[in-house]
Design a protein around this ligand. Structure first.
Ligand code: ACO
Length: 361
């Protein structure tokens, strides 16, 4: 009997040279480079190119792309109550129907979908508020363009830089569920738009798409720094989980949280609750360690992602779709890696149904 691993836990299902998630030591490397250095010295465009091509080109530049007519028609047809993740998944699907996406997928195709999606999300976010979408400005880099198309005004450079840092830390994270989905889809010789729209569908689930908006709600419940200690202790006594702490892989401080904390602290428009967040983090780490010294629970990426996303002015319901925009680089890099040595991904299931029997005729 071959072993069955529920959730494929512990199963090596691919080889990758893209992201190395070193949970025991709290390290995340993209093609060998530590995430902290990439955030400090890189841009999302350079990091995306690194993932796609393996080359470090700090001056690489992506811009947002125009939205094809049929995509705009589809976005206009959606109800304003549609979830931004649904709108983004739909937009990528319609976009794919307007493109000639030949096999095998190329870095050019990866650039095209990564440049298209921010325009689509910004357009939907405006349409649902009764506002007209804004055309991309090719003079702006991808993240500045996204914020401009979303808000109708150019962000200050510090704000754009903060969101760019968030995009870098969100770009890639090994063989997570959505990335695996993208690889499965492309392994059938489908196309990059199908792989990305499938990946968005996988990321939409609450077990994957992250909890930054819950971190915001948690801080609202804490209220004030003076109340932090009592709130944390009472929440743990009630058996609740502290949002933004713990991780399946990282047993040490999540290196993405460390990079984003630095960014959040240096932001011009810090959310007014950042000081509260820092206080709650100090208390939470102390109390979690005190209660279970044998079980390390440290800050995860979502904690400071919330600060950065709120600080750049995004509403919490846009957080998951913004995470999806950032992950386009990783999804598409995995697509390229998969097709470079393609083998159809087709695991087996163990049959546990009835033995052969006759129909009751
Ligand atoms: N607060 C308090 N206790 C916790 C927390 C937490 N944040 N996280 C885990 N624990 C406790 C659990 O209650 C459990 O205790 P028990 O054994 O006494 O029942 C123990 O630690 C182990 O928990 P698991 O669920 O087995 O840990 P796992 O590694 O599967 O969970 C997860 C990881 C889901 C992230 C968890 O830590 C959690 O729920 N955190 C809060 C939500 C959150 O921040 N999510 C975003 C994660 S970042 C990301 O996924 C991109």
């Amino acid at each position: 009997m071959r072993p069955y691993s529920p959730g494929l836990e512990g199963v090596i299902a691919a080889e990758t040279a893209l992201g190395f998630v070193d949970g025991a030591n709290g390290r995340l490397l993209y093609r060998g480079y530590p995430i902290g250095q990439l955030v400090e010295h890189g841009t999302y465009s350079a990091v995306a190119e690194l993932l796609w091509t393996g080359e470090w080109r700090p001056d690489a530049r992506l811009t947002t792309a125009p939205i094809p007519g049929p995509v705009m028609t589809a976005l206009r047809a959606l109800p304003p109550t549609a979830k931004p993740m649904d709108a983004l998944r739909t937009a990528v699907s319609v976009w794919g129907a307007t493109q000639v996406l030949e096999w095998p997928p190329t870095p050019e195709q990866a650039r095209a979908v990564t440049s298209f999606s921010p325009s689509a999300l910004a357009a939907f976010a405006r349409l649902r508020r009764g506002l007209e979408p804004i055309e991309p400005d090719p003079a702006l880099d991808l993240v500045t363009g996204f914020l401009t198309q979303l808000n109708g005004e150019r962000p200050d450079p510090a704000t754009a830089r903060a969101l760019d840092a968030y995009f870098i830390v969100g770009a890639e994270h090994g063989l997570n569920a959505s990335t695996f989905t993208a690889r499965v889809i492309i392994s059938t010789r489908s196309d990059i738009a199908s792989a990305v729209s499938g990946a968005i569908g996988a990321m939409k689930g609450p077990l994957h798409g992250g909890a930054p908006s819950e971190v915001v709600e948690q801080l609202h419940r804490v209220g004030t720094p003076e109340h932090a200690e009592q709130w944390v202790r009472e929440a743990l006594d009630r058996g609740e989980r502290l949002m933004g702490f713990g991780h399946r892989v990282y047993r040490a401080y999540d290196p993405r949280a460390a990079a984003l904390r630095k960014v959040a602290e240096s932001m011009e428009h810090k959310p007014d609750w950042l000081d509260l967040a820092i206080k709650v983090e100090d208390v939470a780490l102390r109390v979690l360690a005190e209660r279970h010294p044998e079980r390390p629970l440290k800050t995860n990426v979502e904690y400071y992602a919330a600060a950065v996303l709120q600080g750049v002015g995004l509403t919490p319901d846009l957080f998951p779709a913004t995470f999806a925009l950032a992950r386009h680089a990783g999804w598409t890099a995995h697509v390229l890696e998969q097709v470079a040595a393609n083998k159809l991904i087709r695991p087996d299931a163990r049959y546990v149904g009835p033995a052969e029997r006759d129909l009751p005729v």
